[in-house]
Design a protein around this ligand. Sequence first.
Ligand SMILES: *[C@@H]1O[C@H](CO)[C@@H](O)[C@H](O)[C@H]1NC(C)=O
Ligand SMILES: *[C@@H]1O[C@H](CO)[C@@H](O)[C@H](O)[C@H]1NC(C)=O
Ligand SMILES: *[C@@H]1O[C@H](CO)[C@@H](O)[C@H](O)[C@H]1NC(C)=O
Ligand SMILES: *[C@@H]1O[C@H](CO)[C@@H](O)[C@H](O)[C@H]1NC(C)=O
Length: 469
Amino acid sequence: MRLLLLTALLAFLEWGQVRGEDDYCFGKDAERLQTRQFSSKTAYQIVKGTNIDKQYQVPNCEPKKMWIFHRHGTRLPTPSTIEEAPRLGELRDLIVKNYRVLRTKPDTDALCLDDLFAIQMWKWNTSITVDIEEHLTSQGYEDLRGTAKLYQHYFPNVLPNKYNSTYYLFRHTNTQRTTESFKGFAEGLFGDSQLALAAEIPEQDLLLRPYDYCADFKGKNYKGEGSEYQKFRTSTLWNQTMADIAKRLGFTVLAEDDIKLMFDICRYEQAWQVDRTSVWCAAFLPQQVDVLEYAEDLKYYYGSGYGFEENTRFNCRAVQDMLARLSSPVSPHVVAYFAHSSGLQTLLTALGINKDDVPLRADNYDSMASRRWRTSLLGPFAGNFVAVKYDCPSEVEKEKVVFFLNQNGVQLDWCNVGLCNWSDVLQRYKTIAEANCDEYYCRSGANAGQTVTSLLATTLLAAIVYLMH
Ligand SMILES: *[C@@H]1O[C@H](CO)[C@@H](O)[C@H](O)[C@H]1NC(C)=O
Ligand SMILES: *[C@@H]1O[C@H](CO)[C@@H](O)[C@H](O)[C@H]1NC(C)=O
Ligand SMILES: *[C@@H]1O[C@H](CO)[C@@H](O)[C@H](O)[C@H]1NC(C)=O
Ligand SMILES: *[C@@H]1O[C@H](CO)[C@@H](O)[C@H](O)[C@H]1NC(C)=O
């Protein structure tokens, strides 16, 4: 009897200790703000704008045309991450052993009991194999079906629910995830994914995958030795963060690859099932996610953002395409492209959107806490840039545009609360509009240059015909 009491008392004490009242508990955090900080692996549903109601209606103007650049929705991991997945099972068992057997649970900032238990119960979905690497997930399909329905709800006259191949132009890259994203979008608009057709993919897809044809762009040092990304990842702050994460999970040392793997799976799982929580996200405290997010932002800032001046000139063709399509009075009235993260990011960079006054560096993490370059908000899964062109017959300026990024009106300082004069748009982007994209940054793919030039010529002709009527 006494033994029984003692055991019960010990169990109670252990429980109280394991529970650690002050420990952060991901499973019990109702807000989970760090899930908004997963960079390019952030779930669209978590960061999308919710204010479009107040931004889409423009007095005295009627929306007429749309130009959309859509990143694919949530996808499965790359082959290397899928192959590493069994390691997560080992890590799960090691963490549980640390806490329950080796008793290396830290005195402060330990996992709460709920989170530990959730990790213990975790299993990898073995249906996810390398032959379906990077495929769109069902949530990813829903992401696109949802954006189509949402934009159609706000712009029913621009996005009619009857498909018309003259009126609509769709195009996607040569991957499963963008093809399926297009289908999700088409289903959202027309109620059936089979109704719409996508344009043929050219052999050299310079419009949607220019980076495949530009050695300069791919070759620049944005994450290698000497880059700000590498400097940050060898800084005292980074090392301390890695050590803290290891300690929190009961390890004395833990390889950075293991930490990266846990963070990747946390981000994927969170995006695959938005309503649930990935147990692996519990491995990171919110302030540690801040640090991990900054490293990602640095990588993309130099990879596709303002970090290198050349990046602002890179997505020349997409900018020209947008300007030409929206200047033209004729169909297609809706142009929608389904592509990838670096295409979206370089487009924003070319347009000067969310540019910081001070460059992001390895050594200014603290002062960049409220930076504009936040890839989680700029380019999550299913991230989308939408230009809506308005006709305003009774205004001095008869053509206007609003740019939306993930359903938020883009604020540019030369526009009026998001509403821009089309003449100002043409003026602002004059240099890139008049550039020969083949020469502007990368000297490659002369063929595609002709396509854009002929598109501009067609547009001009159309405009003249229009004016003559
Ligand atoms: C496992 O992954 C497959 C492939 O993505 C998916 O179809 C299935 O729904 C997943 N199962 C669970 C339980 O999440
Ligand atoms: C398709 O759209 C074009 C203009 O965008 C229009 O001229 C044509 O009449 C439409 N066709 C049908 C069948 O609605
Ligand atoms: C951080 O750790 C790395 C690798 O272990 C090391 O090379 C680097 O010098 C450390 N940085 C600092 C500031 O101690
Ligand atoms: C747009 O053009 C009108 C008419 O020229 C002008 O009054 C207005 O200030 C312009 N808007 C912006 C934001 O510059």
